[in-house]
Design a protein around this ligand. Structure first.
Ligand code: MLT
Length: 234
């Protein structure tokens, strides 16, 4: 599915769900967990993030995220994966709110198991999802309910890997995503740079994020969302 409006409940409930927001929420969450962040709590608004930090009363809590791709005033971190270094996030809990990604993650709450995927961890996510008995639904977060090429590309990689590992029957969206991935796989960075959101980030001086987010398999961390919290598998 591309964009979170219009996803029927039956595509989520009791399914294995993979939520993708390559630019940049699911990349950033993957990197934060790889850097030793203890857990990530996705929330819908900056106000909810600030209230939750006050309620948790835990000095290890950091606030991260973006609006219009930029850091939210008063927050500790923006939504650039490059900010989430071990020095800053190891041993911390992160509350994050982003325009599209955290909404898509929350939408997936009814899934039996919910994985977060990006280009940087796509091989590990495909391996984690491949061996269950359940149907798999992939949610491409999109940009403000519109289709996003970068999420479609990562979905295509995961579909290609899933079919190689465990011969799934594909619906048309999955088949189209795989075809697009096979067409662009020689240069995913170029595909991301051409995308609407990639161009926007470039204009904001965040082109290095686009390169970072396009690298396939640089992390083996698989974030799992359940009970309102994202942790890494294992
Ligand atoms: C989002 O969730 O909308 C994105 O991650 C936006 C961004 O690039 O920061």
């Amino acid at each position: 599915f591309t964009g979170i409006n219009g996803i029927p409940d039956e595509a989520i409930n009791n399914k294995t769900v993979i939520v993708i927001d390559v630019l940049r929420a699911t990349t950033t969450i993957t990197v934060a967990l790889a850097a030793g962040c203890l857990e990530v709590i996705p929330v819908l608004t900056p106000e909810e993030a600030i209230e939750m930090r006050a309620r948790l009363g835990d000095e290890r809590v950091l606030l991260g995220g973006e609006r219009n791709a930029l850091k939210i005033p008063g927050f500790d971190l923006g939504n650039s994966p490059r900010e989430y270094t071990p020095e800053i996030v190891a041993g911390k809990r992160l509350i994050i709110t982003t325009t599209n990604g955290t909404r898509a993650i929350r939408r997936a709450a009814g899934g039996h198991q919910v994985f977060l995927g990006a280009m940087v961890n796509a091989p590990s996510v495909a391996t984690a999802a491949a061996w269950g008995e359940e149907d798999i639904t992939i949610i491409c977060s999109g940009t403000k309910d519109r289709f996003s090429l970068e999420d479609f590309l990562a979905a295509g990689f995961i579909v290609d890997r899933l079919t190689a590992l465990n011969g799934f029957t594909l619906r048309d969206g999955a088949r189209a995503a795989r075809d697009y991935y096979l067409y662009r796989r020689d240069d995913p960075a170029a595909a991301l740079k051409e995308s609407y959101h990639g161009r926007l980030l470039e204009e904001l001086g965040l082109g290095e994020d686009v390169d970072f987010c396009s690298r396939v398999g640089t992390f083996d961390v698989v974030p799992v969302y359940g009970g309102g919290i994202i942790k890494k598998i294992g």
